[in-house]
Every structure is written in structure tokens, then in C-alpha cells.
Design a protein around this ligand. Sequence first.
Ligand SMILES: Nc1nc2c(c(=O)[nH]1)N[C@H]1C(S)=C(S)[C@@H](COP(=O)(O)O)O[C@H]1N2
Ligand SMILES: [Mo]
Length: 158
Amino acid sequence: MRLTPLTALVCLILAALPVAAQDDKPVLQVTGLNSDAPARLTIADLRALPATTFSTSTVVTDATHRFTGVLLRDLLGHLNIKGKMVTATALNDYVIDIPMSDFESFDVIIAYSMDGRALERADKGPLWIVYPRDAHKKLQDIRYDYRWVWQLSEIKVR
Ligand SMILES: Nc1nc2c(c(=O)[nH]1)N[C@H]1C(S)=C(S)[C@@H](COP(=O)(O)O)O[C@H]1N2
Ligand SMILES: [Mo]
């Protein structure tokens, strides 16, 4: 798309829309091994599930931040999806495999807010897989840093 004055204006208007207006647009697609159709979840859907909050440092931000989101094991349990491996895909086409055992061993969340504010697309959002890095020495490792998928858009379980 070329950036004409009109498209620039449309972009400006879209950017100015309140975050709440975006909450009913699907942001995460979840596919299970045996599901006929993928679940398409909005931020509102995720916010309706039990929330988990913790503070942690990250490898891409200064200091520690307080993240809130849904436990991966709760989300997949809620959707009744089981499996051994999760393929997570991001808006920038980053793809990584994550063993399902991570979600049983650790309180890994799909975060939608940081320090009490909705994660913006320009700031690793709207969804970011966040590990409780500071609580477990084992997680302070590049192997786990790869799995902190920011701008998460899709999860496939197999
Ligand atoms: N969406 C997305 N998430 C991602 C990545 C990426 O390129 N895109 N890189 C991964 C890697 S390799 C690391 S080490 C951490 C930090 O990557 P960054 O420094 O490129 O942000 O995020 C992970 N999550
Ligand atoms: Mo990396």
C-alpha cells in the first residue's frame, strides 16, 4: 500500500481509536490437534479468563516490569486442547516450537498488559509470551529467551 495523504489520514484515525474498540477484534488464533476450526480469541476473551500477574526482568527491557495475562496451561485447558508441542507464530512471522511441558513446569503467561497498561503493537504487544524468568534460575537462559514470543498471533498444538 502506498502512503498517500488519504491512507496516512486513515492510519492516523485508526491509531487514535480507543484501545477498547480493538478489544472485539480477534488477535490470537489457537489450533488444536483435533479441533475442526481454530479458536479466534479477542483481548476481551483473554481478559475474561482468570488472570495471573508477576514481575520479572526481560532480556529486551530495562529493569523489571509487572505483566498480567492468562496462564498458557489455563488457556489450553479452557479450550480443551492437549498435545506435546506448541508452535507459536508472531505478526512478524517469527516462529518457534515450545514444549508443552514448559507450561506445566512454569507459570508461563500470554501477557496482554505491562505495568497495568495494555501492550501496544509497537511495544511487543498486543500479546507477549512471558516466562517468570526471575523466579527460576533455569529460565535465565537463551533457550528460554527464544520462547518469549512478542506480537504473538497464533498457537498451534500438536
Ligand atoms: N515476535 C518475535 N518474537 C521474538 C523474536 C522475534 O524476532 N520476533 N525473537 C526471539 C529471540 S531470538 C529473543 S532472544 C527474544 C529477544 O529478541 P529481540 O532482542 O529481537 O527482541 O525474543 C524472542 N521473541
Ligand atoms: Mo535471540
